[in-house]
Write a new protein. Structure first.
Ligand code: UN1
Length: 510
């Protein structure tokens, strides 16, 4: 048994007290919102109670973030990078405990809990390097003795809304980049995972307080209706970066667009693998297992649809079904476990309902399908359903380990099935045929933000830009040039001459 109290205490959380979920520069002793409970989904037990923020508490955070922005934006970017470097170092020192807290609060298996913290560390290191870059361009000017350039300035305080399933890594995608870009932030984590957020905030505070930079990173745990709505409507925040469901994204997108603010939206996925007869089946088996069952099917990048050539469907599905039998479901803190619980009873209900719908719409259950009611916690079996692409349930993202198997005859049909869903996050093809792979990656191939060859749909590295198209929201976070969304671009033209030539040959002489 893990000593949860000891883990929490080492991360600055006293589970015997009501823990404050609001840090506006420093911890607010008595936030005014409701008190919520953090539940361990593997046991149903309460880990701690958390006081959430009221609208007024949110306002405090926004004020602090705005005030601090005015100074932070003028600190040279490499000096901001030094703050991020120290935060990253602190995360590295607390990787074990923080990873364990992810396991306790989200139910991720040990290796995935640790992997999540590693993703934060990777992000921090990426951001430190970036702090000495943030490159602009010089552009050839058409006017004599003129120079044109493009530079990037800090944008402002950023609102960061994260989901339960990557409770800390997605904060790092945003926070590490925003900070080196000269932005401050207010973080609204999922109310299902307040403790991981508070633990991260405590670690960050330990670094930034002595450096005089409290107020760069602010935290406001709270409900969507209070903290979330205040945040998205707040004109002080030029950018809202939100991860969650398409429904949530539609609301955030509409409200922020209404005030002509910017958003980065990372919403639902309905990710597929196309498996062709030319695939390496050993590789494909392992990839399908991790992508479909990893994190108990609760990643945005989870594999939900297997689009397989009809000639190989029977044996391959049998092979996957056999492999499912070897998956140890149970206590995520136990090193042997491969699949932990779902996050809460509502998620179990959604799993049950999706299977009911699949059955009613003509799907065939191949494997799994049971809720494991014989134990405490919110456990279900990983499940395979033979389905048809036109079944409405196949178009939906159910945050649970349900894999729909769809068959195809012609390669073009596979691509059509692949792209025929609302969402467009992650995708993959398994084939050793160069032309099939290249067609998948071509403009008429996968319409997703992430497209892989001989790799599953989940588990992206931070170096690339992460995000998707269509109903996934279009935002990009983490690596590549995602940082540009956190800055404002300025085009500058400088005249070093003594005359004033006008662009486009316009004459305007007295
Ligand atoms: C998410 O599920 O919101 O690519 C993020 C992956 C992880 C991130 C998932 N690196 O699966």
């Amino acid at each position: 048994m893990v000593d949860a109290t000891a883990v929490l205490k080492r991360l600055g959380i006293d589970p015997a007290a009501v823990v404050s979920g609001v840090h506006a520069g420093s911890r607010l002793e008595k936030p005014g919102g409701e008190v919520i409970e953090s539940i361990n989904p593997a046991s149903g037990a309460t880990l701690a109670r958390v006081a959430t923020g009221s609208k007024e508490d949110y306002d405090h955070c926004a004020q602090k973030a705005s005030e601090t922005f005015r100074a932070w934006r003028s600190l040279p970017a490499p000096a901001r990078g030094e703050v991020v470097r120290r935060i990253t170092e602190t995360l590295r020192l607390h990787k074990e405990d923080l990873g364990m807290l992810v396991t306790l609060e989200v139910g991720k298996i040990r290796s995935e809990g640790l992997g999540e913290v590693q993703e934060m560390i990777d992000m921090g290191e990426f951001a430190v390097g970036l702090s000495r870059q943030l490159y602009g361009l010089t552009i050839a000017s058409e006017r004599p003795d003129h120079r044109m350039m493009e530079q990037w300035h800090p944008l402002g305080p950023v609102g960061v809304i994260t989901a339960f399933n990557f409770p800390v890594a997605v904060w790092a995608w945003n926070a590490m980049i925003a900070a080196v870009c000269g932005d401050t932030l207010i973080w609204k984590p999922s109310p299902l995972t307040p403790l991981t957020a508070i633990a991260v905030q405590n670690l960050v505070d330990r670094v930034v307080e002595p450096m005089g930079w409290s107020g760069v990173f602010n935290l406001c745990v709270g409900e969507a209706q209070t903290v979330g709505e205040s945040m998205i409507a707040d004109p002080r925040l030029p950018l809202i970066s939100a991860t969650g469901s398409c429904r949530m994204g539609r609301r955030v997108g509409a409200v922020v667009a209404g005030r002509l603010g910017r958003t980065i939206l990372e919403l639902g996925g309905n990710n597929a693998v196309i498996l062709t007869p030319k695939a390496n089946f050993d590789l494909a088996t392992r990839a399908v297992l991790f992508a479909a069952v990893g994190t108990a099917g609760q990643r945005c990048t989870t594999l939900r649809r297997l689009i397989i050539h009809e000639s190989i469907a029977e044996p391959f599905v049998a092979r996957i079904a056999r492999a499912f039998e070897g998956i140890v479901i149970g206590d995520p803190a136990d090193e042997r476990t491969l699949m932990g619980p779902l996050i809460r009873p509502q998620a179990v209900e959604a799993y049950r309902k999706a299977l009911e719908a699949a059955r009613a719409q003509g799907g065939d259950l191949v494997k799994g399908g049971r809720v494991l009611e014989d134990r405490p916690g919110f456990f279900v079996e990983p499940t395979i359903v033979r389905a048809r692409p036109d079944m409405p349930i196949v178009g939906e993202e159910t945050f649970a380990p349900i894999l729909y198997v769809l068959t195809y005859r012609e390669f073009d049909e596979a691509l059509a099935i692949h792209n025929a869903v609302e969402q467009g996050l992650s995708s993959a093809i398994f084939t050793d045929d160069l032309l099939e792979a290249e067609r998948f990656l071509g403009p008429e191939g996968s319409d997703c933000g992430i497209a892989n060859v001989n790799i599953g749909t989940s588990g992206a590295e931070i170096g690339g830009a992460f995000g998707g198209e269509k109903a996934t929201g279009g935002g990009r976070e983490a690596g590549s040039d995602s940082w540009k969304a956190y800055m404002r671009r300025q085009t500058c033209t400088i005249n070093r001459g003594k005359t004033l030539p006008l662009a486009q040959g316009v004459k305007f002489d007295l």
